[in-house]
Design a binder for this molecule. Structure first.
Ligand code: ADP
Ligand code: MG
Length: 700
């Protein structure tokens, strides 16, 4: 058995009670958990301060001094232990207010100590409260005690009651390593270790806890970080490979007249380089005879739908049916309109199927799908639950807007013997490293450029006291025939406050933009679905000029005539949400604007968010900054993935390393898909055992 799976209670110095609190407080249940409970910082103990050099504003310092006197003074509340120490430059007073009796007993007058703590001054006298004390022993070369870099571990008040402060945990770790360092087996092939100049695994674990020096600490962290990312990519890419072997796919062998006619005679513009690249990627995927699972990321308006349509035409050229699923009825009808207007009349039939499709029409649709006559169907998710039977569905497009859960979606189709190819479109770009990890077993395509000639949305940041200017601007735009969104934040914790916010906003706007010259739509989460729909439709049809809303409109309506997006309390929105909202405008020919309203009180991050919005329109750039600000754990979609189990690697700061590793692992599988070569045996092994380093079952 793997010794690291031993319950922690069996470690020398632990016992029942301590085992319980370790489990409860830090989730440390076995030896492996303790081994992977890494220090969160290290204290540099290479330098001793002289007493005369001590200043009050110094952080933790280390002093070498002899105890000359110890004394318990005061009564009850003022009771304290005061210890005088000296070096050759002055006196340093040490004070304890707690644990007095025990400490008093351990301190030996005349003895030289390494004294470690945060210095202060009291009445002009250098002092330290509750320092760490260690008997100075010049001959002692043993690591843990005198280590130059002292590890500091997370602990809790509860643990401290069991003498499991940082020092206590350090002792346990030391004894674990003393007994079991020899059992830490290498899990990377030698050629990998050499190529990336890594230190061995056991050495890494020893040095991350008790660094011999700063250099080795660094190497230890590098090694273990590498291991995390490497094994994760190995797992993801292996899943992808297995999936490829398991699921055959339809072969789209030819590009026929539907695609060609559309491309040469119907497409009203030239494709962007990015669109062409993605089409080529999809084309390659669908010829290989394995099921495609591809994620297509691109900002709103980057031209994803056109790419989807052209891919669907290739499917039709090969005799297959296709469908698009959208998350809402509004979006489904919008796709329907976009696509019918692109293909025009008398070219190919496109049908729409949603919850509101009438029974009779529905029956006709069902028949024509079953017979295979109808080739292109657009609808909501109801498509897949509905009793819809396709004759030969070959290609499915899923428009996720900003919902993830790609895996679950694509699974729905796997019940077919030959499942259709799946293209998932998302308008929420996520950073490349995150995509590699979240969707590591999918293929990812990116449209990172907007069609030429599009006027970039201008983003402006205004403060509350500039509101009159904003009103003036709004009136000017409305006079030009444009429409305006005004969005209020919605924060679940305080629905009341939100509603009040919105109501106040509506009151102000109604006063400033009165009937009959102005008409306002109001949409918020408390409205019944039918009322919401009615209000939205009024705006979509141009009957109202202003739409006041909470973030419900985020999930996409397309009103090309709306050219101004005003976001109230913009500092309360996350970056990706702001970007998403901004994407509601800029869809027509007119210059569009996004106006961020905020109070003067901005947090550090709040200011960065607003500045970022003003500075760039690029969703990928924005997602990178979002990742830096919030860390991977808070990015939408990461919760259910293995990203959070990374202890040392950081997807925000280790991007370069991750990309190198990803490429490297791809090469390994290219050369040895089964990991059958002798040098890869060790990797094969890591799929079978639960090993100290990474538990597979936590990842998938
Ligand atoms: P997305 O689905 O990524 O939001 P769409 O495919 O709906 O983007 O395209 C947005 C708008 O831009 C549509 O009106 C579409 O016809 C137009 N469009 C798409 N690609 C191009 C292009 N290469 N050149 C000019 N206009 C384009
Ligand atoms: Mg679209």
């Amino acid at each position: 058995m793997d010794p690291f799976q031993t319950p922690i209670v069996y470690l020398k110095g632990v016992g029942q009670a301590r085992a319980e609190v370790l489990k409860k407080e830090l989730a440390l249940a076995n030896f492996e958990d303790l081994l992977r409970h890494f220090p969160f910082r290290y204290i540099d103990r290479t330098r001793y301060y002289k007493v005369k050099d001590i200043q009050a504003d110094l952080p933790y310092v280390q002093v070498l001094a002899r105890v000359v006197n110890k004394q318990v003074i005061g009564e009850k509340h003022t009771k304290r232990l005061v210890v005088q120490t000296r070096d050759d430059t002055g006196t340093l007073e040490l004070v304890w207010f707690k644990g007095i009796n025990w400490i008093e007993k351990t301190i030996i007058p005349g003895q030289v100590y390494i004294i470690f703590g945060k210095p202060g001054f009291f009445n002009g006298q250098a002092q330290m409260a509750h320092p760490e004390m260690e008997i100075y022993n010049p001959g002692n070369t043993q690591r843990q005690g005198n280590a130059t870099l002292q590890p500091v571990y997370n602990s809790t008040e509860k643990l401290k009651q069991f003498q499991l402060d940082s020092k206590g945990i350090q002792k346990l770790t030391a004894s674990l390593l003393e007994l079991h360092a020899k059992d830490i087996k290498e899990n990377l092939p030698l050629y990998v270790i050499n190529q990336f100049k890594l230190i061995g695994r056991a050495e890494a674990y020893r040095n991350i806890h008790f660094p011999a020096d700063a250099n080795l600490l660094n190497e230890a962290i590098q090694r273990l970080k590498f291991e995390e990312l490497f094994l994760l990519q190995l797992k993801l890419l292996r899943n992808k490979l297995l999936h490829t072997q398991k699921f055959r796919g339809n072969v789209f062998g030819t590009v026929g007249h539907y695609f060609n006619d559309f491309y040469h005679h119907k497409l009203p513009f030239a494709l962007t380089t990015a669109q062409k690249r993605v089409l080529k990627e999809i084309r390659q995927d669908t010829q290989r005879g394995v099921q495609m699972n591809r994620l297509l990321q691109g900002d709103v308006g980057s031209g994803k739908t056109v790419v989807a349509l052209m891919s669907m035409l290739i499917a039709v050229d090969n005799g297959f049916q296709t469908c698009i699923m959208a998350p809402t009825e509004i979006l489904a009808s919008q796709h329907y309109q976009t696509i019918t207007s692109l293909v025009g009349d008398d070219f190919i039939e496109v049908a729409l199927l949603t919850g509101s499709t009438k029974q009779k029409a529905r029956r006709v649709l069902h028949e024509r799908l079953e017979s295979g006559d109808l080739k292109i169907l657009i609808g909501t998710h109801a498509l897949i639950e509905d009793k819809v039977q396709f004759k030969n569905l070959g290609f499915v497009v899923i428009d996720e807007q900003h919902r993830f859960g790609v895996e679950q979606r694509s699974k729905l189709w796997r019940k077919n013997s030959v499942p259709p190819h799946v293209l998932v479109m998302t308008a929420t770009p996520i950073p490349r490293t995150l995509a590699m990890t979240l969707y590591g077993d999918l293929d990812v395509s990116v449209i990172d450029e907007l069609p030429a000639g599009r006027k970039p949305i201008q983003t402006l940041h205004f403060f509350e006291n500039q509101r009159l200017r904003v009103f003036g601007f709004m009136k000017k735009e409305i006079a030009l025939g444009r429409q305006i969104y005004i969005v209020y934040p919605l924060i679940q914790e305080s629905e009341k406050l939100d509603l009040k916010n919105l109501e106040d906003g509506i009151a102000v706007m109604s006063r400033e933009f009165p009937l009959p010259d102005y008409r306002i739509s109001i949409v918020h989460g408390k409205l019944k679905a039918a009322d919401k729909e009615f209000e939205m439709q009024r705006f979509i049809k141009g009957e109202t000029q202003i739409m006041v809303a909470t973030t419900v409109i985020e999930v996409g309506v397309n009103v090309p005539n709306a050219s101004v997006m005003i976001i109230e309390n913009a500092e309360r929105f996350g970056l990706s949400q702001l970007h998403q909202l901004r994407g509601r405008v800029g869809r027509g020919a007119d210059q569009s604007y996004c106006i961020l309203m905020s109070s003067h009180k901005l947090s550090h991050d709040g200011k960065i968010r607003l500045d970022t919005m003003v500075k760039t329109n690029n969703g990928f750039e924005i997602s990178e900054i979002d990742l830096q600000l919030r860390g991977p754990g808070n990015i939408e979609g990461t919760q259910q993935s293995g990203v959070l189990d990374l202890k040392l690697a950081n997807l925000a700061t280790d991007q370069e390393l991750l990309i190198r590793i990803r490429k490297f692992v791809e090469l390994i599988f290219e050369k040895d898909p089964q990991l059958a070569l002798p040098e890869n045996q060790i990797l094969h092994h890591s799929f079978q055992t639960k090993n100290a380093g990474l538990s597979w079952d936590k990842i998938s």
